[in-house]
Design a protein around this ligand. Structure first.
Ligand SMILES: NC(=O)c1ccc[n+]([C@@H]2O[C@H](COP(=O)([O-])OP(=O)(O)OC[C@H]3O[C@@H](n4cnc5c(N)ncnc54)[C@H](OP(=O)(O)O)[C@@H]3O)[C@@H](O)[C@H]2O)c1
Length: 236
């Protein structure tokens, strides 16, 4: 891997969205590091990635992942947080999960994203002035629409959106950009399950290249077109 290439760090690497984003950034000339609990570091190497096994439920593991990233590839210009945790109940019984299960959902999906944002920003500050830099959290509609059956993940996504909003407002004008990016179905504006990996990959790369911060929420459809949630329609 060449040291002069920009670095992308995909945290929460899985077969769908995570893999599509990793392929896209690699094809655009990035050195790509991928992280997840079950990441096989040898298999990652064969795919041309730096594999970093880490558990986002464990803050020491998150910190260690960034230490390894920076030691082996340098600070990331694109940090993608795609990890989430959900133990669905039912809409009739949103409090059915034990506290510990709820807490794990919230920590993995949102609370530990705080440390990711801190480490991403610290890395951004080490980049050359002309390198675009962005932290993008993979979201969904939960900050705006209540899905009681997935309360733990919902509280986590709301935490993530809040951290993104505050960080974008504070640091966006200095070029350290932060986004909560999420897909909806173009026809209905509703959730897209499963999410479309390729649309995430195209939109996330577009966001990374963007010069100005712009809105912290980026809503898009399965084709990668932007979607105006308030107006309920595709805008581009
Ligand atoms: N827009 C929508 O309507 C919508 C719908 C569904 C999902 N989504 C969002 O899309 C994103 C990706 O979903 P996907 O289903 O396509 O998954 P994916 O990108 O294929 O994989 C996500 C990966 O996150 C990793 N992960 C989970 N817990 C982790 C932990 N504690 N530490 C580290 N990594 C962890 C898992 O890998 P390991 O098992 O190896 O840790 C998993 O394979 C999620 O953020 C999800 O909330 C959005």
């Amino acid at each position: 891997m060449s040291a002069s290439k920009p670095v992308a760090f995909i945290i929460g690497y899985g077969p769908n969205v995570g893999a599509a984003i990793a392929r896209k950034f690699k094809s655009e000339g990035f050195n790509v590091a991928i992280s997840g609990r079950k990441v096989d570091e040898n298999a990652a190497k064969e795919d041309g990635y730096l594999g970093i096994s880490a558990d986002c439920a464990d803050i020491a593991s998150v910190r260690n992942a960034f230490d390894r990233l920076e030691g082996e590839l340098g600070p990331a210009a694109a940090v993608i947080y795609n990890a989430f945790s959900a133990n669905n109940t039912t809409d009739e019984d949103p409090l059915a999960n034990p506290y510990e299960t709820f807490l794990n959902n919230v920590i993995v999906t949102g609370v530990n994203f705080y440390e990711v944002a801190r480490r991403a920003k610290a890395g951004f500050e080490k980049l050359s002035a002309d390198t675009p830099r962005a932290l993008i959290g993979t979201g969904n509609l939960q900050p705006w629409v209540t899905f009681p059956f997935a309360l733990g993940m919902s509280v986590g996504k709301r935490a993530m959106a809040n951290i993104v909003e505050a960080s974008a407002a504070a640091y966006g004008s200095r070029g350290h950009r932060f986004y909560y990016a999420h897909e909806v179905k173009g026809e209905t504006g509703g959730p897209q399950v499963p999410p479309t990996g390729q649309a995430h990959a195209e939109v996330f790369y577009r966001i990374w290249k963007q010069k100005e911060q712009g809105p912290w929420e980026v809503c898009f459809t399965e084709t990668g077109a932007l979607y105006d949630r308030a107006a309920g329609k595709v805008v581009s």
